[in-house]
Ligand binder design. Structure first.
Ligand SMILES: Nc1ncnc2c1ncn2[C@@H]1O[C@H](COP(=O)(O)OP(=O)(O)O)[C@@H](O)[C@H]1O
Ligand SMILES: O=C(O)C1=C[C@@H](OP(=O)(O)O)[C@@H](O)[C@H](O)C1
Length: 299
């Protein structure tokens, strides 16, 4: 049940996001400069060829120093959480000069990890984290999205969601976890495109397992389905994802959790840690920015 065009946008009170780092840019990270890539033993030959590229192509990277020296990192490092955290911080330090204040908008199906990964990314970058669902809850003055759907309807929720994204689009240095359905309204892309959009692509089966484990209470769009919690989640997600796949695919960057799991040698995609996903997101954002330096929004 998508509501692509409802009534006029509504007014609501100012920000309600959590500022995890006092809104400051992080500057006190390890001074060692290294440009890191996630590399697997399996496909290291192909990737290392790319990684050994010491200079960016002519015309790229006039202002950002990303990826001039590229030591390879074996995936095993990433599995150890202490190294994972170090890697995350180091990568964030590198990417933040490329980002140059631009916000990151995470898109993807419900349960794909936008909030979980978003918080980690914001902390590593010294950005403010904003959960757009929470923003809407505060604006409407209700405790949960489920309540809003029940009492005001999806259309009103979508209006507030669009207004939230519009307001957030003016602000730099944020990681925004958008609601799973935000991508459906074309106008929302105008707002999302003010920053770098990152699609967290998680297989539907994994999403359904994750959602079934906690129940569908907080997922009003899955309440129409019948069956056991897994079937209910899977059928609902399948229907929604068919309508959304194209929109998600238009994000600037896609992080495929399936590919990441394969690269890390992790059997179940649900076992890929949020830190690993955050690092991969930074790697992909860096790649994207290297090819898009002209799209500077916060000069
Ligand atoms: N990589 C991950 N590993 C383990 N649990 C995760 C991971 N990503 C998300 N989760 C869990 O899945 C649930 C949904 O994640 P969440 O970040 O709220 O997704 P979204 O914001 O996209 O709806 C939460 O309970 C969260 O703790
Ligand atoms: O997919 C959707 O349409 C929705 C996803 C939810 O957000 P999350 O993706 O953060 O769960 C929330 O906005 C609402 O329940 C609708």
């Amino acid at each position: 049940m998508e509501a692509a065009a409802c009534g006029p946008a509504l007014q609501f009170p100012p920000h309600v996001w959590s500022n995890r780092n006092g809104g400051k840019q992080r500057n006190n990270l390890p001074s060692r400069r290294s440009n890191l890539r996630l590399v697997t033993v399996r496909d290291s030959r192909r990737k290392l060829g790319f990684l050994r590229q010491r200079k960016p192509p002519v015309g790229l990277l006039p202002t950002c120093e990303c990826s001039q020296v590229v030591p390879a990192l074996e995936a095993g490092y990433l599995r150890a959480s202490s190294n994972g955290n170090w890697l995350l911080k180091t990568k964030a330090q590198e990417v933040s000069s490329c980002l140059d204040g631009r916000s990151i908008f995470l898109v993807g199906m419900m349960g794909s990890g936008k909030t979980t990964v978003g918080k980690i990314l914001s902390e590593a970058l010294g950005y403010t984290f904003v959960d757009s669902d929470k923003y809407v809850e505060q604006a409407i003055g209700q405790d949960s999205v489920t309540q809003i759907f029940k009492q005001r309807g999806e259309c009103i929720f979508r209006d507030y969601e669009s207004d939230a994204l519009r307001k957030l689009s003016f602000m730099p240095q944020q990681v925004v976890a958008t609601g799973g359905g935000a991508v459906v309204r074309p106008i929302n892309w105008k707002y999302i495109r003010q920053g770098v959009s990152v699609f967290l692509n998680v297989p539907l089966d994994a999403l359904a397992r994750r959602i079934a484990a906690v129940g569908t209470d907080s997922r009003p769009l899955l309440h129409f389905e019948s069956g056991d919690p897994y079937t209910q989640a899977f059928v609902g997600l399948f229907t929604l994802s068919k309508k959304r796949a194209e929109s998600y695919a238009s994000a600037d960057v896609t992080v495929s959790i399936l590919d990441l799991a394969a690269n890390l040698g992790v059997e179940d995609v649900l076992d890929v840690t949020p830190t690993a996903i955050a690092i991969e997101a930074l790697v992909q954002i860096e790649k994207f920015l290297q090819g898009n330096v002209s799209r500077r929004l916060f000069p």
